[in-house]
Design a protein around this ligand. Structure first.
Ligand code: HEC
Ligand code: HEC
Ligand code: HEC
Ligand code: HEC
Length: 294
């Protein structure tokens, strides 16, 4: 009971902070949201959205762009998207660029009203509902492709997880509460990548028949040209593939290959590799699937 009341005071301070005119002068940052949205903030921190302006991949790209006189950083450190840039390319922010795509950019408008697709029940700040937050269009403003696909990226990239979306005293009482994941698994999550593709390898004497299927209906594998995938065949006792082929599959499609083994008894290893950042670490890959050929 005692703990509860201390929390309530903390909570009231949060409300006070959001509604006082003084708050308008001092810059509100992610830390302020983390007071009450701890779980989501922790997830966000681990995401590429949080690293969008500081990751080595972005910094290299930025250098290349500025060398050629262009700049396109708006999606990496956007100003408030809501309401007029929902589903569109946003404008670049002027400060706190290092925070990348942060809570304020995606949720808050200039008047500090929090936009989302949810039915808000207990929010201590102003909220506004817009169904676009649960639609693919919300994402494709920045992720330029996939607009026409009609798929809702959130369904796979923001799965529903256990745990409430905020830590207020009322919310903690809601049992079985869930929130949408804010870690946006993608090219840095081998577990997710391996779910999207299936590898089969069938031997018939010297002949090895391979097939790779992209089982994701929503997009190509890999999604962006910057990421690469390849299928390799290695002899039993060497790290050097004797056969390799780069893989790019449109949605719901299969590629088939045929490889000659040394002889009808030769052992081999087949690997499907994914290179998340070949521009920087050309030799770093995840093995998404492997098959021993005995
Ligand atoms: C890339 C944009 C983006 C960023 C960055 C982002 N969110 Fe979200 N957030 C969303 C979307 C989209 C949804 C709605 C998902 C849905 O309803 O389908 C959402 C949902 C939520 C919800 C409701 C959660 C629920 O129960 O479903 C809360 C609360 C929230 N976000 C808080 C935050 C906080 C706090 C941060 C910063 C740590 C943050 N968000 C960063 C896009 C973002
Ligand atoms: C004082 C605590 C507190 C602070 C600080 C706070 N929030 Fe909230 N927020 C809540 C609560 C409680 C809810 C309601 C959750 C519910 O009803 O499911 C909420 C709801 C939301 C929602 C809508 C979730 C839904 O139900 O769809 C979003 C988006 C959101 N907050 C974003 C933010 C952002 C961004 C910040 C930082 C600028 C922030 N909040 C700061 C407590 C807080
Ligand atoms: C304001 C622009 C913006 C919005 C809106 C946005 N993103 Fe992103 N997203 C980015 C940037 C910038 C990166 C950094 C990755 C990079 O540099 O390639 C990123 C990274 C990602 C990644 C990781 C990519 C990887 O290579 O692993 C995923 C997954 C992702 N976003 C999904 C989503 C989804 C789903 C939504 C909609 C809910 C969304 N994004 C909305 C800008 C945005
Ligand atoms: C049906 C589920 C599903 C939907 C819907 C979906 N994705 Fe994915 N996405 C995946 C899976 C599985 C992977 C990992 C395998 C892969 O790369 O195909 C992935 C990978 C990614 C990657 C990182 C890997 C790479 O190859 O670059 C990005 C970025 C991405 N998705 C963005 C999006 C965006 C943006 C949308 C909405 C237009 C979207 N996805 C819709 C399932 C989905």
């Amino acid at each position: 009971m005692k703990l509860m009341s201390v929390k309530s005071i903390y909570y009231a301070i949060g409300i006070f902070w959001i509604f006082t005119p003084a708050a308008a002068d001092s810059k509100i940052v992610v830390e302020d949201c983390s007071t009450c949205h701890r779980t989501i903030t922790r997830e966000w921190r681990s995401s590429l959205h949080a690293q969008a302006y500081i990751s080595p991949v972005f910094l290299k790209r930025k250098e290349e762009l500025s060398d050629s006189g262009q700049s396109s950083c708006a999606c990496h450190a956007p100003d408030n998207i809501a309401p007029e840039f929902l589903g569109a390319v946003p404008e670049e922010r002027e400060d706190s660029l290092h925070l990348g795509v942060d809570c304020l950019a995606c949720h808050m408008d200039k008047d500090m009203v929090a936009w989302s697709s949810g039915q808000q029940r207990y929010a201590p700040h102003f909220t506004r509902m817009d169904t676009m937050y649960s639609q693919g269009r919300f994402c494709t403003g920045c992720h330029g492709w996939g607009k026409e696909s009609g798929f809702d990226c959130q369904e796979c990239h923001m799965p529903e997880l256990r745990g409430a979306n905020s830590d207020g005293p009322h919310i903690e009482k809601v049992t079985g509460a869930t929130h949408r994941s804010h870690s946006w698994p993608g090219s840095r999550k081998p577990e997710m990548l391996s779910q999207g593709v299936v590898l089969t390898a069938i031997r018939n004497g010297r002949e090895l028949s391979l097939s790779v299927t992209n089982v994701v209906e929503a997009h190509t594998f890999p999604v962006i040209d910057r990421h690469q995938a390849e299928i390799v065949v290695l002899p039993e006792s060497s790290l050097n593939p004797f056969w390799r082929q780069s893989v790019k599959l449109v949605r719901d499609s299969t590629a088939e290959y045929s490889v000659e083994l040394r002889d009808a008894n030769a052992h081999a290893l087949v690997e499907l590799r994914f290179y998340p950042v070949p521009a920087i670490w050309p030799d770093s890959f995840y093995v998404l699937h492997k098959e021993m050929i005995d």
